[in-house]
Ligand binder design. Sequence first.
Ligand SMILES: O=C(O)C[C@@H](Cc1ccccc1)[C@H](O)SCc1ccccc1
Ligand code: NI
Length: 187
Amino acid sequence: MITMDDIIREGNPTLREVAKEVPMPPTDEEKKLGEEMLEFLKNSQDPVKAEELHLRGGVGLAAPQLNISKRLIAVHVPSNDPEDETPILSTVMFNPKILSHSVQDACLGEGEGCLSVDREVPGYVVRHARVTVSYYDEAGVKHKRRLKNYEAIVVQHEIDHLNGVMFYDHINEENPFALKEGVLVIE
Ligand SMILES: O=C(O)C[C@@H](Cc1ccccc1)[C@H](O)SCc1ccccc1
Ligand code: NI
């Protein structure tokens, strides 16, 4: 089972590498890794398990954060409605790729954090407001999916990890809260 001890922190060179494509179909070991990454996210969002296992809440995780330089991410984005058990997006993505994106940009009003960054880095992380991504599932079947709002931000954050990009690389150094006109602020 994955815990915080398995997650590498900024300064580890793996976080700055471009991760390698996973040959399709994934091996049993790669499939198991994906399942464990998704389980980590679900555990991290369960108050009892998160406390018991000392987990930071996470909605996404990329294999390089486990010191595994492979193009594999897991995302588990719960519904905004606390009554609704069905997550907005819960899946493992092998070789995810942004096929196209909106002209409009977006950012989270609260900024971003990262399980591999043990510090606050204030500022707007400007990303694409909407993206169309392709990815392979654990059976090696190719999918194409349009994403918007928070889930689009999460997937872009995770794909950045596959390319050695950290969220604060996107923050304007001169004015961390500078925003161009038309950028959608997601609260
Ligand atoms: O480090 C990671 O990749 C996991 C991040 C992903 C993420 C951060 C900010 C914005 C979008 C995605 C963690 O989920 S950060 C902790 C967190 C937990 C719940 C909600 C938002 C952020
Ligand atoms: Ni991160």
